[in-house]
Design a protein around this ligand. Structure first.
Ligand SMILES: [Zn+2]
Length: 107
């Protein structure tokens, strides 16, 4: 079994959204050992869809399902640089860092 096959064996593709069924982090995102280190399952799914992921890139789900690994739901953003994005106080508990969505990849 290749690492890629092993990865997808932890994903339930039966529904509209492909839910990660393996281990999860306390943030609610799936986690998997990948290339010798722990990586977010959705990040691995994004890379396996043939797209490049740079350090500092943040992968999020359009569908807001943290365990969703369907490539169509995944998009990458980068952290905003602080000022200008300060809104009302919000809980850090269930929100990730601020990020700026990029335009989706051209089909
Ligand atoms: Zn989804």
């Amino acid at each position: 079994m290749t690492p890629e096959e092993r990865f997808w064996s932890h994903v339930d593709k039966r529904g509209e959204h492909w839910r990660w069924t393996g281990a999860t982090m306390n943030t609610g995102y799936g986690t998997v050992r990948w290339n010798g280190r722990m990586e977010g399952a959705h990040r691995v799914a994004y890379m396996l869809s043939g797209r490049e992921l740079l350090r500092g890139d943040i992968v999020r789900q359009r569908c807001k399902i943290k365990k969703c690994c369907r490539p169509e739901c995944l998009y990458v953003g980068r952290k905003l640089s602080g000022s200008g994005s300060v809104g009302r106080a919000r809980s850090c508990q269930d929100r990730g860092p601020e990020f700026e969505p990029l335009l989706p990849d051209p089909a």
